[in-house]
Design a protein around this ligand. Structure first.
Ligand code: NAD
Length: 241
């Protein structure tokens, strides 16, 4: 058995002995579905835009340059045809088997739900929900995709995706449920995240259980002591379970 197979065997054992594992993930979970992350080699931070992505995806920019926001958003964030990969599917299966109690995700693509996961806590919202900033009416995502310029509600108000932009607070209810799930977890599986984006990344500190597993391409920006780390593509690693 080579080292990798040995590590997969250890991972399998940890997961099979879990009764309420929680998965905490980020953009790296969806790169194998063709959605670019922020910080990888081919991530959005390495691509050339007039403004850095965190500026475009900020509340101020949305308010002051709404048309430019939507240009970037339609081009890079609205990946409605993307399909779940092996990581999403295995996590959904672990939930159905009673091993995983929640997926806490920083992603906004809805792929965990597409794969069949039920308890998905979307820290940063979802591109699939959109509302008028004036009257609160929902607005169909397909109309945003097909349209051009700034999407407007029948009342004339500007439509905003239900996505947490930089400078905006996280939804308190989602935050509370995420903290509770992580606190009550016996295993925390962290994957596909650089752990750079706060306050989301700080949630892993609430874990007090036995095993922390990290499956990531490269080590995340946190102390990895005492953590069972597998350096690899999460879809490939999880599908080997
Ligand atoms: P990030 O880009 O900062 O980090 C991604 C991490 O995943 C990196 O460490 C990278 O090496 C790793 N990675 C990439 N592909 C991987 C793979 N196949 N298997 C394992 N690891 C892999 O992403 P983040 O930590 O989630 O933070 C960025 C923010 O960007 C989040 O707030 C998220 O909301 C947002 N975002 C979301 C999407 C999406 O919804 N799919 C896409 C881009 C950005």
């Amino acid at each position: 058995m080579d080292i990798r197979a040995d590590r997969i065997a250890t991972l399998r054992k940890i997961i099979q002995n879990s009764k309420r594992a929680v998965f905490f993930g980020g953009a790296g979970v969806s790169t194998e579905s063709g959605i670019p992350d922020f910080r990888s080699e081919d991530g959005l931070y390495r691509q050339k835009y007039k403004y850095p992505p965190e500026t475009i995806l900020s509340h101020t920019f949305f308010c002051e340059h709404t048309a430019e926001f939507y240009e970037f958003y339609r081009d890079k964030m609205l990946c409605l045809d993307a399909q779940p990969n092996a990581a999403h599917r295995v996590l959904a299966r672990l939930e159905a088997e009673g091993i995983l109690s929640a997926v806490v995700t920083q992603n906004i693509d809805g792929l965990h739900q597409k794969a069949g996961s039920k308890n998905v806590l979307e820290l940063h919202g979802s591109v699939w929900r959109n509302f008028c900033t004036q009257c609160g009416m929902p607005y169909p995502v397909q109309r945003i995709r097909k349209g051009t310029g700034v999407p407007r509600c029948a009342c004339g108000g500007v439509v905003k995706p239900d996505v947490v932009l930089y400078e905006e607070p996280l939804d308190q209810g989602v935050l509370d449920r995420s903290v509770r799930a992580i606190r009550e977890a016996d295993t925390l599986i962290i994957g596909g995240t650089s752990l750079n984006v706060y306050p989301a990344a700080g949630l892993v500190e609430f874990f007090g259980g036995d095993n922390v597993v990290v499956i990531n391409r490269g080590a995340p920006a946190k102390d990895m002591r005492g953590v069972f780390f597998i350096d690899g593509k999460i879809g490939e690693v999880l599908s080997a379970l």
